[in-house]
Design a protein around this ligand. Structure first.
Ligand code: NAI
Ligand code: ISE
Length: 336
């Protein structure tokens, strides 16, 4: 069976996921496209999915009889209504991060899915599918003993002028927020944010870098440096310190060169390249589960937990280094 997918939002990642479905993965095809920028949808149709039908609105695409599953890759603020519409239509939906821009919005999605009675939503937290993180989780669960500390960094070479202080959390660190819940099988109880002096490449509306300290229910302390104007590359670092030893996220594969009395290796500069394989794997999982009418992987509950945590981190950004409590309500049994 070939799963017929509709894509809402044909910008950078919508185009890239369409390419994946059309050219890399088996078992699915893009049959419908929609974007508020009709020219963007038309360009993606022309370049990648010539048989796809264009829809004026995401709602019309979701309702279309030929669409069996939906990909939501539009701007974050538009995710919630589209995911709710897909659930109402009983169609599996892959939603890029964030699931919703507020915890209340994410909760509405959880409630709708619980009412529907079966999982339909997969959130685009692709790091859970990255071979390096999977190997790290294996090491943490089998070799290094109970985790005590995590040291992490999320560095981008540069960001657009419109990227402001809170985006360091809900656009960028949201990946760490999700992946550490999964890696440690734990939940957060508090967040603190500390700032060094502002980097010279930043501006008055962006505190950069910043350090977020998360504490978990099991007493693990996690410090995450977010530095989105680091200039030198796209660099994701993570080291877990356990009772018996430490485990570090592997570096992406690179050739070690010895040239002109120097050792050199390349550092990536684009997140698309760093996680290219994990995007393939996450969509493969989506296609497999959606073909059976459901969803697996990062759930609406995970999207909600990430939203609650990122709201607390944004509050902590304005709390002069004070801890902000993070509380999750009871998890519905659908997500056990
Ligand atoms: P983008 O700006 O390149 O593309 C977004 C597209 O959505 C645009 O073409 C825009 O016209 C369209 N759009 C906006 N409102 C719409 C609406 N109501 N209905 C239909 N289309 C609409 O943005 P990008 O970078 O592709 O990001 C899209 C989403 O993917 C964001 O939520 C972002 O956080 C997420 N993302 C996830 C990444 C990951 O590593 N998992 C990486 C980059 C983005
Ligand atoms: C972007 O939206 C992503 O999701 C990337 O994975 C992240 O590294 C980057 O900081 C975000 O802006």
């Amino acid at each position: 069976m070939t799963l017929k997918i509709g894509v809402i939002g044909t910008g950078m990642i919508g185009r890239d996921h369409t390419r994946r479905i059309q050219q890399v993965l088996a078992g699915a095809e893009v049959v419908a496209l929609s974007d508020v920028n009709a020219a963007s949808a038309e360009a993606v149709r022309k370049d990648l999915a010539p048989n796809a039908k264009l829809y004026d609105t995401g709602e019309a695409l979701i309702a279309a009889p030929e669409v069996q599953a939906v990909l939501v890759t539009s701007w974050g603020a538009t995710h919630e209504p589209y995911v709710l519409a897909a659930i109402a239509a009983g169609k599996p939906v892959f939603c890029e991060k964030p699931l919703a821009t507020t915890a209340e919005g994410a909760r509405r999605i959880v409630d709708a899915e619980v009412k529907f009675g079966r999982r339909l939503v997969q959130v685009g937290f692709m790091r859970r599918y990255d071979a390096g993180y999977v190997a790290l989780k294996h090491a943490v669960e089998n070799h290094t003993g109970a985790p005590i500390l995590v040291h992490a960094a999320h560095r981008n070479p540069a960001v657009p002028e419109a990227y402001l202080t809170p985006m360091a959390i809900h656009d960028t660190m949201i990946h760490e927020i999700d992946v550490f819940r999964w890696l440690l099988n734990d939940d957060y109880v508090s967040a603190r944010v500390l700032y060094p002096r502002n980097a010279a490449r930043s501006h008055t509306k962006l505190r950069d870098p910043q350090v977020v300290v998360l504490e978990t229910q099991k007493g693990v302390l996690i410090n995450v440096e977010i530095f989105v104007n680091c200039a030198y590359g796209y660099d994701i670092q993570c080291e877990v310190v356990g009772e018996e030893g430490t485990a570090k996220l592997p570096e992406p594969m690179t050739v070690d060169m010895r040239l002109g009395a120097k050792r050199q290796s390349t550092i990536l500069t684009d997140w698309k390249d760093r996680f290219v394989a994990s995007y393939d794997v996450e969509l493969n999982h989506f296609i497999a589960a959606a073909s059976k009418g459901g969803a697996t992987g990062p759930s609406a509950w995970d999207g909600f937990a990430a939203a609650v945590t990122s709201d607390a981190c944004v509050l902590a950004q304005e709390s002069n280094g004070q801890a902000v409590a993070i509380e999750l309500p009871a998890r519905p049994s659908l997500y056990n």
